[in-house]
Design a binder for this molecule. Structure first.
Ligand SMILES: NC(=O)c1ccc[n+]([C@@H]2O[C@H](COP(=O)([O-])OP(=O)(O)OC[C@H]3O[C@@H](n4cnc5c(N)ncnc54)[C@H](O)[C@@H]3O)[C@@H](O)[C@H]2O)c1
Ligand SMILES: O=C(O)C[C@H](O)C(=O)O
Ligand SMILES: [Mg+2]
Length: 715
């Protein structure tokens, strides 16, 4: 039974009963939309819609308050009177027991709107409570999380925030505290996240204006690490529809439901299946948060038009037991679909999206390694797609490597001298290793020689040819298996002794595994090669980091060149301030996407990803100038080095990356020819003009002058 019954009050006005309740359909606001129940037709007014059909609510059974869950506020009685008496009074009011049509009497609400317009209308909307039938009638399929909920569950969601009386609140609170401590997200960051998301729902232009102007300060709120918290708590904080959900239950329907999205043009789609969100694991339908957060970066730093981006969550179930038991969970309550059935769903979703938006770029985000690799290989040769965790991260990490060399006064070909010890053998680690290996090959090593520069550990330890691939999460790591089988499953320090690495990369999600001892070892081996050690603990969110920025600086006495996946405070050591630098794909996915879309590219090739890395590295060195350059090569130098540009200049960085991407795509014949397109600009007027062409393509958050035309009204 619901503990917080919503009281609704209705006012009879002639034959129409107008509702004065403050929630749900059935309310009349200043007569704006003239919402009424067609009670006049059949006399009695009761709910035909079945929002209360959801299984989870015990109170939505027989009382009239369950009717009001579907169509609240049709009630002659005073709001304080008991629900059963009000129900009787309605029946006795008008029902004629001899009328053969009595059993079919219903009240229905006629909406002059459909789709997003009805969802966003506070008088009509039922939010997640729209039933399947209503979703079909109102063109809502896909615009809401796939499972209709009851009014009671919606109410519990609000009461969860209200914090009093929620029966599991104490358990939930202690879990939240644990998660907060784990994720490195503070209550203040959450407050700001919610402030910004409320604004996002109210005024997109103002939201993006703020984001574009304050990207450095706001990126940690709308993006990593706070976005991780938002995904974990998606079901608890859900307020408004945003993005599209395709679910396993939509098989066969996706081609039509994609037309429910209210915009005829879409340039970029970010899709996740929620199976591996940052380092937080399977968050099911809550993964929608990461698609939204990534696209915020598209708009803020790459100038995508927010009306032309589409966040997508593919819901194939979840293996997260906590979510499956959470009454507020918004996704399908079933274990994840796998194998051929999974691939069929992704194929159908991709075909549906690309059928309606043939020119759209699709970014895959936070899929588990096996699916990430499989889907990338499946689509990359035919469609404009890329995987952010594999290619975007590979691009950012390679840019960091190149910048570390440039800052030490070395040329790019010095990458051949580097040896990498990598903690983590998942999709991202392999994406990064592949990118760096390709760069080594470009600079003269054979593929085999390049492979020998990598030592990869997973949760068992070092991967050698003695490893049984069936014990691994990501078998593709076997292509880097070391021949030194005596080190099979060696821990990181032992592996470091064998590898003598000059660089340490972290994609393990394992907090603190870059110990003081390990960091000192790597510094020692790097100095033998006349290099400063490169330390990239890239796991997210904050508390999954293999070490903090300060730990790397202190352990190496300021010699390490460090950047971390999530933001950390600057470190003060020996009177020198070491500014934190974030090693994150945020520096590259917006620019790669900008180049691919504004440049009318047909595919995203490995060459384009490498060109993006080189462009970002050059941009970073140009931005910081001599402040980021060592005067002479000295591995004991303590000068702070920054590997990535400041976030406040993210738009400029994205444009430089985009130009690099288009130039490379043009060389590879991957740009579509168009009379006034990027290729023609590049060929006829050169790179500077291409830059201006791309800048002109970008959207800025400014109010446009608006007037009305009936021709543009859409449902
Ligand atoms: N900074 C960035 O831009 C960026 C980009 C992508 C991914 N990431 C982060 O990298 C992490 C990994 O992502 P993924 O997609 O590769 O995930 P994944 O789940 O595919 O891989 C995790 C890997 O870590 C290994 N591992 C677990 N514990 C370990 C330990 N103690 N020592 C060594 N290895 C261990 C696992 O065996 C597995 O190979 C996540 O935290 C993710 O957020 C960061
Ligand atoms: O989301 C991020 O911050 C980076 C990366 O895509 C990740 O999965 O961790
Ligand atoms: Mg990711």
């Amino acid at each position: 039974m619901s503990m917080f019954p919503l009281l609704t009050k209705s006012v009879p006005v002639g034959r129409l009963r107008l509702a004065s309740a403050s929630s749900g359909p059935g309310c009349l606001a200043g007569g704006a939309y003239g919402l009424y129940h067609l009670q006049g037709l059949f006399g009695a007014s009761f709910s035909s819609s079945s929002a209360s059909s959801s299984s989870s609510s015990s109170s939505s059974s027989s009382s009239s308050s369950s009717s009001s869950a579907a169509l609240p506020a049709v009630d002659d009685s005073d709001s304080t009177s008991s629900s059963s008496s009000s129900s009787q009074s309605r029946d006795s009011d008008s029902a004629d027991p001899l009328d053969p049509l009595a059993q079919f009497k219903c009240a229905t609400t006629i909406s002059p709107k459909r789709g997003m317009s009805v969802l966003r209308d506070p008088w009509f909307t039922k939010g997640t409570a729209f039933t399947h039938a209503e979703r079909e009638r109102l063109a809502l399929r896909g615009l809401l999380p796939p499972v209709p909920t009851s009014l009671d569950v919606q109410k519990d969601r609000i009461m969860y925030d209200w914090a009093k009386g929620f029966k599991d609140r104490r358990e939930a609170e202690s879990r939240e505290k644990l998660e907060l401590a784990r994720s490195g997200v503070t209550p203040e960051m959450i407050r700001r996240h919610r402030l910004l998301q409320d604004l996002h729902d109210r005024n997109e232009t103002l939201y993006y204006h703020l984001l574009q102007e304050n990207f450095r300060d706001m990126a940690p709120i709308v993006y990593t690490p706070t976005v991780g918290w938002a995904c974990q708590h998606f079901a608890h904080t859900y307020r408004n529809a945003r993005g599209m959900y395709f679910s396993a239950n939509d098989k066969g329907e996706m081609h039509s439901m994609v037309y429910n999205w209210p915009h005829d043009q879409v340039d970029a789609v970010v899709v996740t299946d929620g199976s591996r969100i940052l380092g937080l694991g399977d968050l099911g339908a809550g993964g929608m948060g990461i698609s939204i957060g990534k696209l915020d970066c598209y708009v803020a730093s790459a100038g995508f038009d927010p009306r032309r981006v589409l966040p997508v969550c593919l819901d194939v179930g979840t293996n997260n037991e906590y979510l499956l038991k959470d009454p507020l969970y918004l996704g399908l309550r079933q274990k994840r679909i796998t194998g051929d059935a999974y691939v069929e769903l992704v194929d159908e979703m991709m075909a549906a999206i690309l059928n309606r938006y043939p020119r759209a770029l699709v970014q895959f985000e936070d899929f588990t390694a096996n699916h990430a690799n499989l889907l990338l290989e499946r689509y990359r040769n035919h469609h404009l797609v890329f995987n952010d965790d594999i290619q975007g991260t590979g691009c950012s990490a390679l840019a960091g490597v190149l910048t570390s060399l440039a800052a030490q006064g070395l040329r790019k070909c010095a990458i051949k001298r580097m040896r990498f010890l990598v903690a983590g053998a998942g999709g991202s680690a392999l994406g990064v290793v592949d990118s760096i290996r390709q760069a080594m090959v470009r600079h003269g090593l054979s593929d085999e020689e390049a492979r020998r520069n990598f030592w990869i550990c997973d949760h068992h330890g070092l991967i050698t040819t003695a490893r049984d691939p069936s014990t691994m999460h990501n078998e593709t790591a076997m292509k880097y298996a070391r021949p030194e089988t005596k080190y099979e499953k060696a821990d990181l320090v032992t592996a470091a002794e064998a590898a003598r690495p000059t660089a340490l990369l972290g994609f393990s999600t394992a907090h603190g595994i870059f110990t003081d001892r390990l960091l000192k070892r790597v510094q020692h081996y790097a100095s033998h090669e006349q290099l400063r050690p490169l330390i990239l603990p890239m796991s997210n969110p904050t508390s999954n980091a293999e070490c903090t920025h300060a730990e790397a600086v202190f352990a190496t006495n300021g010699r390490a060149i460090v950047a971390t996946g999530s933001p950390f405070p600057d470190a003060d050591h020996d009177g020198i301030l070491y500014p934190n630098n974030q090693a994150n794909n945020i520096y590259t996915f917006p620019g790669i996407a900008l180049g691919a879309v504004a440049g009318q590219c047909e595919r995203v090739s490995d060459g384009m990803v490498m060109a993006a890395a080189e462009a970002l590295s050059k941009h970073t060195m140009d931005v910081y100038g001599d402040a980021n350059r060592m005067i002479c090569l000295n591995p004991n130098d303590q000068k702070p080095i920054r590997l990535f540009p400041p976030l406040e200049g993210a738009r400029n960085a994205a444009v430089d990356v985009a130009v690099g991407v288009v130039v490379q795509a043009a060389e590879e014949g991957l740009v579509r020819r168009h009379r006034t397109g990027a290729l023609e600009v590049l060929e006829n007027k050169g790179e500077m003009s291409l830059r201006r062409y791309i800048e002109r393509w970008m959207w800025s958050a400014k109010y446009a002058s608006i007037s009305f035309s009936a021709a543009t009204v859409r449902s």
